[in-house]
Design a protein around this ligand. Sequence first.
Ligand code: WTA
Length: 660
Amino acid sequence: MADFEALKQESRVFQPPAEFVRNANISGMETYQAMCAEAERDYEGFWAKLARETLEWHKPFTKTLNESDAPFYRWFEDGQLNVSYNCLDRNLQNGNADKVAIIFEADDGGSTNVTYRQLHQKVCQFANALKSMGIKRGDRVVIYMPMTVEGVVAMQACARIGATHSVVFGGFSAKSLQERIIDAGAVAVVTADEQSRGGKHLPLKAIVDEALEMGGCEGVKNVVVYQRTHAQVKMVPGRDRTMSDVVAGQPDTCEPEWVDAEHPLFILYTSGSTGKPKGVQHASGGYLLWAALTMKWTFDIKPTDVFWCTADIGWVTGHSYVAYGPLAVGGTQIVFEGIPTYPNAGRFWDMIQKHKATIFYTAPTAIRSLIKAADADPATHPSKYDLSSLRLLGSVGEPINPEAWMWYYRNVGGERCPIVDTFWQTETGGHMITPLPGATPLVPGSCTLPLPGIMAAIVDETGHDLPNGQGGILVVKRPWPSMIRTIWNDPERFKKSYFPPELGGTLYLAGDGSVRNKDTGYFTITGRIDDVLNVSGHRLGTMEIESALVANPLVAEAAVVGRPDDTTGEAICAFVVLKRSRPTGEEAKQIARDLRDWVGKEIGPIAKPKEIRFGDNLPKTRSGKIMRRLLRVLAKGEDITQDVSTLENPAILDQLKQAQ
Ligand code: WTA
């Protein structure tokens, strides 16, 4: 979490380099301000013009925004397009056919280039294969794939035929996968035999089998297996086929399915404040518009750039800035299968040097762990590599602390590359608050100002504007094209979660706290205001982890809180009451290990608590409410100074104070 006190004192300002300003797509603050003013003056006109310029429409739209069923907003609704056509065919027509679309680097260091022409062929063949299985417009396809060209192909092929994809991150367990398959009502799953990451092989297909055997997934008629490692895997006759089998003999062209702008492009599950993950539904037109525009605005992308976003396609960042955005603007990008620390912590720097990356976009948690690694092994320090190709750096997923920002700026960017600290969410589809590299003076730890057309503001609990300098709730006042359309299967939850009546029902609630600088109006994100944790840039609900823990037969009660962590941002700390007596010593350690593994199986390894403490009870008020506020203090290892007179059992605090 951001060190908020330190940020208030932050006075370093870094002006955009003159050279950058000269060549930037958005050059200088005056240009930025003029764009903001245009959006203020004619909001719909502003977006309509951009949508016409940026995308190719099969049928042009005449209506820009329909607010009649708010907050279920509709953008460009009478227009028709195809997302895959915009990402691929357009590049074949405008001279990019032989341009490299993807530089793929495998876990083991081998690399291959895929041109737009080749990518188009692969996508068309796979799209035809999906069609031959009877998969059609509107059907849901779950993708459980490693970071590979084929992962991007699977997503683009769904878009091509109008099927709605739901990518599930390869680190989620069989149970999480099964829940998502059921909720989405998937008819097919695309997976790989194994995933190769950091020299280890993960049995993706076996996990799919396990998920499907858990029941409730009878709708899944086809499983396609990309043979990544050629490991022996079980193939269920009539259901499972390899990817090379299904594409064999398929034509390498495929007429795109023209869909309405509002057609659901994808559903992506993310954690909220209740136990059940939410299926965030995105539309086709508005989403692609923003993925493409933010490539131009935030990343200042030019035809000669080599763009690298390190996010996995299982997260929204990998959707907008791997699978769609870079292709929609005809860019060349790196897709990386592995992890930053294999074979050593110099991997990112080695790859930037090797592929001459010009724009690099990663998460603060990766930067922090590479700082530590470089301290421990100077051979992996960025200064040991030639990073002179870089011209722009980006950060995403969690607040970046000023120390990490400065290290990134100096050692990776050579004090010449602006850093875009991009604040956004699964629900927003693309960047919301971020510097523009050729315009915005940078302040370490601040995501600075909203993009033109994004009406971000800070309000109190009743939805009233707060003055700069006063911390409050981050909201967006007007709908924007790439916003979440609904929660799949749960429109009521969509309304309640994002447009709560307490705030008046018209403000989009991001779920984060924020404050604006008194003088500059710059935004600083102060962290989630709900029960969502951010561990290594991964979003996890505390309730989700609590539900997983209490599903274990040993556990009577559990409360999960986050505590600040130097590397992962936040770490998960669980307080657990067993049905039997409270364990101590070695036994406690063993049970804690078992419970961590259990959570790994229930949700996925990313949700394993870093620490588990056992108590005879949890601190509760007389009405039985667990006082998580106090648990947060204990998890940090601090003494409780608050008044605890409302507690039913204050003595329990002493017991829970000690880490086991
Ligand atoms: C946090 C990831 C501070 C925030 C794109 C948000 C950030 C949540 C930043 C969304 C940033 C993301 N500064 N906090 N630059 N970027 N966050 O849905 O709490 O995985 O609500 O989307 O991450 O996480 P999600």
